[in-house]
Structure formats: C-alpha cells, structure tokens
Design a protein. Structure first.
Length: 207
C-alpha cells in the first residue's frame, strides 16, 4: 500500500502535471476562467488518464511497439468520446461550457506521456494509481487556477458571490494573459515548496 501511495502522491505536488512538468498548459489557460469549468475539465482529464493507463497496462504485452502510439491515441479517443456522450446526456451545461476543449483532451500531452512512460511498462494496479495521481494533481491545479481567476476576475467562487459591490473586478484575470501570469507565479511557488521539502527530507536523512 505504501508503494501505491507513493505512486499516487507524486502527481499531486512533486510531479504535478501543470506546476512541475508544465504539460497540457492549453486547458489551464483556456478553461479556467471559472472554477466550475476548471473543476469539470480536471475531472474529465483525471478520468481519461486513469482509464487509459489501465487499458494500456492491460494490453501492453499484445501491442507491437511500432504501432503503440496509434493504439494509445485510439484508446484515448474512445474514452474521451464516451465521456463526451455522458456529459452531453447528463450534464449538458458543462458540455456546452467546455465546448471544443473536450475533444482536444485526446491530444493532451500528459495523457499520452503517462501511457508511454509508465502504463506501458508497469502492471495494472500501479498504472491505475499513477493515472489517478497525475489526474488528481491536474484537477487540483486546474481548480486552484480557476478559483483564483474567478475570485479576482468576477468576485465569486463557483458562481457564489464572495466579494461585495465595493470590489472592482480585475478583468485581466479572466483573460488568457491573466492565466499565464498566474500560472507563472504558481509554478514558482510550487518549485520553492518542492526545493524546501527536499532540503528538509535530506536533513532528516542525514540526521
């Protein structure tokens, strides 16, 4: 269990897809103008990574290495299509708000990267937890960006007004430029946190 926990937790901070690996930044810029959209996209990507990692791990011994990338993309596209149909049927507002970006999940670098780097070389359960961890880290990062942008850009969080009429929204925060600046600061903050954490762990190890 400890090994599975270590696989899971690395995607949260130490190898966070957005703040550390800087993968799939496009949705972080385009779909985080509101916390609701950010959370929905994060959950979608988490579901796709987890499901695709599981499928790739199951089929890894039967897939010819020469055609592995087309197979991975086909698997991702199938999973994304199923999720699109589910959202369209049961969550039409979320489906409409995310629009074309749902289809673009197929080409998100983080999904293909985890299939190639981890799932294609490891058993099913570790691959599942790797996908779940990376997906959770992606969802947390997206939600954090969305909450901050919506708060300063509209004065609300998940559509609930937090700041009163006295607050004048900073419109740049709901524009891609604001997201780019915010992500830069968050990347720097996570980097400082990880460096401090590694230093503390190293000192404990020496002790």
């Amino acid at each position: 269990m400890k090994e599975l926990w270590n696989i899971y937790k690395k995607g949260l901070i130490s190898e966070n897809p957005i703040f550390v690996l800087a993968l799939s930044l496009c949705p972080a810029l385009a779909t985080t103008s509101s916390a609701g959209n950010a959370l929905t996209m994060g959950i979608v990507v988490m579901s796709v990574i987890t499901a695709n990692n599981t499928v790739v791990s199951i089929t890894r011994k039967w897939v010819n290495p020469k055609v592995r990338v087309p197979v991975y993309i086909t698997s991702i596209a199938t999973i994304v299509t199923l999720i699109q149909l589910i959202l369209q049927a049961y969550f039409p507002l979320a489906y409409k708000s995310l629009g074309i970006y749902l289809a673009l999940v197929v080409v998100f670098a983080i999904i293909l990267a985890r299939a190639e780097v981890f799932a294609s070389k490891n058993p099913i359960i570790p691959s599942f937890f790797d996908g779940l961890g990376m997906g959770s880290g992606f969802a947390l990062a997206m939600t954090l960006i969305g909450v901050i942008r919506e708060l300063f850009g509209n004065g609300s969080i998940f559509g609930v007004q937090i700041l009163g009429s006295w607050y004048h929204p900073a419109l740049i925060m709901i524009l891609p430029a604001g997201a780019f600046i915010l992500i830069g600061y968050l990347v720097a903050g996570v980097k400082m946190f990880n460096e401090r954490r590694e230093r503390i762990l190293a000192e404990r190890g020496e002790a």
